[in-house]
Design a protein around this ligand. Structure first.
Ligand code: GTP
Ligand code: MG
Length: 200
């Protein structure tokens, strides 16, 4: 099922949403990709779908400023979220994204799982912890996805993984399995596809 779900032609950009009233009907299972600005959310969606230019990835933090919906097959949505913890934009703009992000994460009934992306080099930061607490309170199961594994030295991996495990253990909504990924090299992509395909 995982392979079928991710066949390229079955994936499409649907719309960018700037307010809760713009969300599509909640009649499909959806998963979202949350995380600090620049952590690799858009790149991961591109790697999962095998479509390089689908979600706009960029070196400029704050690239994704809307909630972007992608249809996956007939029954799923993939949702690319604006990054959090990015201050280098007008204050009112940042405040508006953050409010939207929080409303979405706490109020979307068809959200089956939130993937919280964490840069493998940096581990869990205080802003990640805040989002995880919001997800706990909203009873949204979330799963940690470590990104940019290709940039981490083998000797550092166990230490950072231990920090992440420790951080997750405080969150009742955290799914215990951590997914290690590299959108660049393809690590973990098949695993994540299978996880998404298993959610309905
Ligand atoms: P915002 O939309 O600004 O919140 O960022 P984002 O989380 O969508 O990050 P994006 O996918 O745009 O990637 C940010 C930068 O990290 C880009 O320059 C990517 O090429 C790079 N990047 C993403 N994933 C990986 C990875 O697995 N390995 C490496 N080496 N670089 C990556
Ligand atoms: Mg993005």
């Amino acid at each position: 099922a995982a392979r079928k779900l991710f066949v390229g032609h079955e994936v499409d950009f649907l719309k960018g949403v700037v307010g809760m009233d713009g969300l599509p009907p909640d009649d499909r299972a959806e998963v979202c990709f949350a995380g600090r600005s620049n952590v690799g959310k858009s790149s991961l969606i591109n790697a999962l779908t095998g479509r390089k230019g689908l979600a706009r990835a960029s070196n400029t933090p704050g690239r994704t400023q809307e909630i972007n919906y992608f249809t996956l097959g007939a029954d799923h949505y993939l949702v690319d979220l604006p990054g959090y913890g990015f201050a280098n934009a007008p204050v009112d703009v940042v405040a508006r994204w953050q409010a939207l992000l929080k409303s979405y994460l706490s109020g979307r009934v068809s959200l089956r799982r939130a993937f919280v992306l964490i840069d493998f080099r940096h581990g869990i930061k205080p802003v990640d912890d805040e989002i995880m607490t919001l997800l706990d309170r909203s009873a949204v199961t979330f799963q940690a996805v470590l990104t940019k594994a290709d940039k981490v030295k083998d000797k550092d991996k166990d230490r950072i993984l231990a920090q992440v495990r420790q951080g997750l253990s405080k969150h009742p909504a955290a799914y215990p399995e951590i997914v290690l990924t590299s959108s660049e090299k393809g690590d973990g992509i098949a695993t994540l596809r299978a996880i998404i395909a298993g959610l309905s």
